[in-house]
Design a protein around this ligand. Structure first.
Ligand code: ADP
Ligand code: MG
Length: 626
């Protein structure tokens, strides 16, 4: 509870206590009025003030206005009737305030929950100076500096380990609870917690560009992208509130006037005014206005705890309607960690060819390139490589020691007009050309991710009708992977632009409400990520392009996370619809009862606060993933 909530709670208790005491002691007349008026002001002064401010700012119709009119009216009626029963006006205000308090408590609680979940912001970085450690602001650390991360500390900035080994707890980022073992040469991202050993890290990014900053920025901005349901609710409230105010006015005035005109007798003004006031209390739209954004907020928060970052509630809504999931192959369904399984038709030594391959690939972030660099396994002198050119979906070209070298698939060789040898083994083939002549090929093979098959089956169960795989790799490999995973449709030999075209066809041939999701690793598939109804980037540990282009970012590269993301979105949208329907049904039923005089004001306030509390409790369910 924060200070404001504590103060509010005290006010509620004070007013309730006073109300009980004043009902026990026998006071009458002006003293009684003064006492009850005092209680009314204790509990309701802020609402009256807000209603006044609203009128002054010409934004009259809000729930403060509704409550102020209704309670002041009830008070006035009690004075007019000389009944001395002021309890009703006060009780309405009291329950309304209890509802408001509960709601602010619930919102505060889920907000705190989320920031605790996202407690990844590092406070400092350690820099070694003259043999001792100095703590500095992570913002001030330049790229390429060496920082020291001790056991128990957060990694403040992305970088590469220079020395030391440790295991990292990445659970705050990925939802994955198994620690990750790292050693010298490994890339690490900020936001992880160093658990066991001291490590020295050379930073590769500024703090503002590091994973941790990107994620926090993303989570903080996610509430600004409104979903259609939220837009519906605010539009609804804009029309609804004035409508019920005029409705109440009509209810107070028209029936008595009709009575007068038809029967010529004196009308029962106070009966109809009372009904109109009751109608106003009932009509307060709090439950809807509060619970819808809260549900989305809780859904996004619950997802981020699982390592699923959703950039806005609109995406949550779209994701819940996913009927077709399109996958990239390398790094998404397969591990993207290739092993060299053969070197064929090479005139030079195998190791020499691999050295050329590693050098020409030294600047690429493609999984193939990383794997070739790993296969070479020795430190490289990058200054030997110049004029690097990467052709998405084909390969790379560069000058190594001044000699033209190209590494890539058959398409690249055709483009360079270099005749090449087809390969009979199943695997991804990296053809090499050195000095303009064919120099043989390296066969590398990848394995599917352990959970990929399970994820495809689970997607089917979760209501996804079609799964498609798009890949730039050759047909032989693509068909084998698709068959082993149970994917419905596969397209191979695609350039990045062909992937865009394939996705466009899929988008055209689907029903309007069935959405298409694309899942990729962000490496040369950013255009498809942004074209799809919902772009899901996977294994974002480090890839900026993916974080930028995607609508949903999965921190972990386990394909089961896709299923989880869709499940969370479905659950959250389910809760939103439950709340909308529940609140509207109760509301209209009460309005009807109020208009014909069956419901009194007590009933009205219980209905309103009751609906709100239930809707908020329901909304909070969205915080839990399953
Ligand atoms: P995927 O669709 O499987 O993610 P890409 O579109 O990234 O594949 O690449 C398609 C093909 O292009 C690869 O299978 C490979 O043959 C070739 N290729 C792409 N980038 C490189 C690279 N850096 N080095 C060698 N070959 C590459
Ligand atoms: Mg790819």
């Amino acid at each position: 509870m924060n200070k404001k909530q504590k103060k509010m709670l005290k006010r509620i208790l004070l007013a309730a206590g006073m109300l009980i005491v004043c009902n026990i002691i026998p006071v009458t007349g002006a003293l009684r009025l003064a006492l009850f008026l005092a209680i009314y002001l204790v509990i309701g002064y802020d609402i009256l003030r807000k209603a006044g401010l609203g009128i002054r700012n010409r934004q009259v119709f809000d729930e403060n206005f509704l409550m102020a009119i209704a309670t002041v009216g009830a008070f006035a009626l009690a004075i007019y009737d000389r009944s001395g029963d002021y309890n009703e006006a006060i009780a309405v205000m009291l329950f309304y305030q209890i509802g408001e308090w509960f709601q602010s408590y619930a919102v505060g609680k889920s907000r705190r929950n989320i920031s605790a979940l996202m407690d990844i912001r590092p406070d400092y970085a350690n820099i070694e100076k003259d043999g001792s450690l100095e703590q500095v602001d992570p913002d001030e650390v330049a790229v390429g500096s060496t920082i020291v991360v001790q056991p128990g500390e957060k990694v403040p900035i992305d970088g590469v380990i220079l020395e030391g080994a440790s295991s990292l707890n990445t659970s705050a980022l990925t939802g994955e609870s198994l620690p990750r073992d790292v050693g010298a040469g490994d890339e690490i991202i900020s936001g992880c917690i160093n658990m066991t050993g001291l490590i020295k890290v050379r930073t590769t990014k500024e703090f503002g560009e590091s994973t941790v900053s990107k994620i926090l920025e993303l989570v903080e901005n996610s509430s600004s992208r409104k979903s259609r349901s939220e837009a519906f609710i605010s539009k609804f409230a804009r029309i609804y509130t004035p409508a019920v105010c005029y409705g109440a006015l009509a209810l107070a005035v028209l029936p008595p006037l009709c009575h007068l005109a038809l029967l010529g007798a004196a009308p029962q003004w106070h009966v109809w005014i009372y009904r109109a006031l009751t109608f106003l209390v009932i009509s307060c739209p709090c439950a809807l206005v509060i619970s819808i954004p809260l549900s989305f907020f809780a859904g996004i928060g619950g997802a981020s705890r699982e390592g699923i970052l959703i950039k806005g509630s609109n995406y949550l809504e779209t994701m819940a309607q996913t009927r077709c999931v399109v996958f990239d192959k390398t790094g998404t369904l397969t591990q993207g960690v290739f092993e060299v399984s053969g070197v064929h038709h090479s005139e030079m030594e195998d190791q020499k060819l691999i050295e050329y391959a590693a050098l020409v690939e030294c600047a690429s972030s493609h999984p193939i390139s990383k794997s070739l660099q790993r296969a070479y396994g020795r430190p490289m002198d990058r200054s030997r490589v110049t004029d690097i050119q990467e052709l998405g979906g084909c390969g790379v070209m560069a000058k190594v020691d001044g000699v033209e070298v190209a590494a890539g698939n058959g398409r690249l060789m055709e483009r360079l007009n270099i005749p090449y040898q087809e390969c009979r083994s199943v695997g991804t083939i990296v053809h090499m050309a050195v000095g303009g002549a064919y120099a043989g090929h390296i066969v590398i093979s990848d394995v599917v991710k352990p959970k990929a098959k399970e994820a495809i089956a689970a997607l089917k169960k979760a209501g996804v009708e079609k799964t498609v795989m798009l890949t730039g790799d050759i047909k032989k490999v693509a068909d084998q992977v698709a068959a082993s995973l149970g994917i419905d449709e596969v397209k191979s030999d695609l350039l990045p632009a062909d992937k865009v075209a394939c996705l466009e066809t899929l988008l055209q041939n689907k029903a309007d409400r069935a959405k298409v999701a694309f899942v990729g690793d962000g490496i040369n598939d950013a255009p498809v990520l942004s074209l799809a109804d919902i772009g899901i980037a996977m294994g974002a540990m480090g890839s900026d392009a993916a974080i930028e282009a995607a609508d949903v970012v999965l921190m972990d590269d386990n394909p089961m996370q896709i299923v989880k993301a869709i499940r969370i979105s479905r659950k959250c949208i389910g809760i939103v619809y439950q709340n909308i329907i529940f609140a509207l049904v109760i509301k209209f039923a009460c309005l009807g009862l109020g208009a014909v005089g069956i419901a009194n004001m007590w009933f009205a306030i219980f209905a309103d606060v009751g609906v709100m509390v239930l809707a908020v409790l329901n909304a909070i369910r969205a915080l839990k993933a399953d």
